[in-house]
Design a binder for this molecule. Structure first.
Ligand SMILES: [Zn+2]
Ligand SMILES: [Zn+2]
Length: 323
């Protein structure tokens, strides 16, 4: 099956972080962090419906202005997710410009901040000059966005300030093996929708289904079902190299097809990594290995390694591929 998510870092590892993810079956894209985005085409930017910001240090958020500039005349709303201060930061950016004569612009921005066990929500609409309107909070249980075919989870990490790590998980694909179905003497019908839902919701194995004239248990029906795991991507940027963070990250990124991770410092500069609240390349490799990640992509390197740009990659990969 073709992958659903096409993903690529927008910039090189010494430049601002931004991961662009196209959803191939839908005409839309997601963005993880919004550092410098001038390399994205207008067409790329116009597809962005959701931006997941790790934290609002300038290198991760400066692209928001370009995004705003490009999306002003777009009908589709823009959703922005981030740590607890994201609503203030978006409001601050919007307050930095003068907004008369834009009432006819359709852009609506919905901003969601993860604050402990709550998701705070505020709206900023061009039609009322981007004045902040507070919305109802929602409880936060690890999921920031639940879409029809995928979900995005977040974990709060320590980077002196709060920094969010994200995972993007496609739902499993459930296909019916028509030959197996007719071999069992079962008709196609609306009950198949119920069966798929039950599998998705992990219903008990002895749950019964009425298929035509027959009553069968979920356990028996699973013989006619082909389940394929969905794609999983993770994005983890600035995080202190402490064990509590590492444990949280491993849990978040477990089983990812691809993990995008910072590798800001080398292990030789561990003291600096602790002071500056960043992971080392070796720790990124260890996280990917312990979490059973298939592919590790390291990015966001300190400028001090510009003369040895392969060093963070080599260090991370040595640890990741260690037996
Ligand atoms: Zn930072
Ligand atoms: Zn950073």
């Amino acid at each position: 099956m073709k992958p659903t998510f096409h993903h690529r870092p927008v910039n090189g590892p010494f430049e601002d972080p931004c991961l662009y993810v196209r959803l191939l079956r839908e005409k839309r894209a997601l963005m993880f962090d919004s550092g410098e985005i001038s390399r994205l085409s207008a067409g790329d930017i116009l597809k962005v419906t959701d931006v997941f910001v790790s934290h609002t240090h300038i290198d991760h958020f400066i692209g928001f202005d370009s995004l705003l500039r490009m999306l002003l005349r777009r009908e589709q709303p823009l959703r922005v997710y981030g740590p607890s201060n994201i609503i203030d930061c978006v409001e601050g950016k919007l307050r930095g410009y003068t907004w008369n004569l834009i009432e006819e612009c359709p852009l609506r921005i919905e901003v969601f901040g993860i604050d402990g066990d709550a998701i705070r929500h505020s709206s900023f609409y061009a039609e009322n000059s981007f004045k902040k309107v507070r919305r109802q909070d929602r409880p936060f249980h690890g999921i920031v966005l639940e879409a029809d075919s995928f979900k995005v989870k977040a974990a709060s990490l320590r980077h002196d300030i709060q920094c969010l790590g994200y995972s993007l998980e496609e739902d499993m694909h459930i296909n019916i093996d028509k030959a197996a179905l007719s071999g069992m003497g079962l008709p196609v019908g609306p009950w198949i929708g119920d069966l798929k839902r039950a599998i998705r919701e992990e219903a008990p194995e002895d749950k019964e289904f009425q298929a035509g004239q027959k009553t069968l248990k979920l356990r028996e029906l699973k013989r006619a079902v082909i389940i394929t795991k969905g794609q999983k991507l993770s994005y983890v940027m600035d995080a202190s190299p402490d064990e509590e963070n590492i444990k949280k990250i491993i849990e978040l990124v477990r089983g990812s097809d691809t993990l995008y991770s910072e590798a800001y410092f080398l292990e030789a500069d561990r003291q600096r990594a602790v002071q500056r609240n960043h992971l080392t390349a070796k720790i990124s490799g260890r996280i990917a290995k312990e979490a059973g990640v298939k592919d590790l992509v390291v990015m966001h390197f300190s400028p001090k390694y510009r003369d040895t740009p392969d060093a963070p990659v080599i260090e991370a990969m040595e640890e990741f591929r260690r037996f």
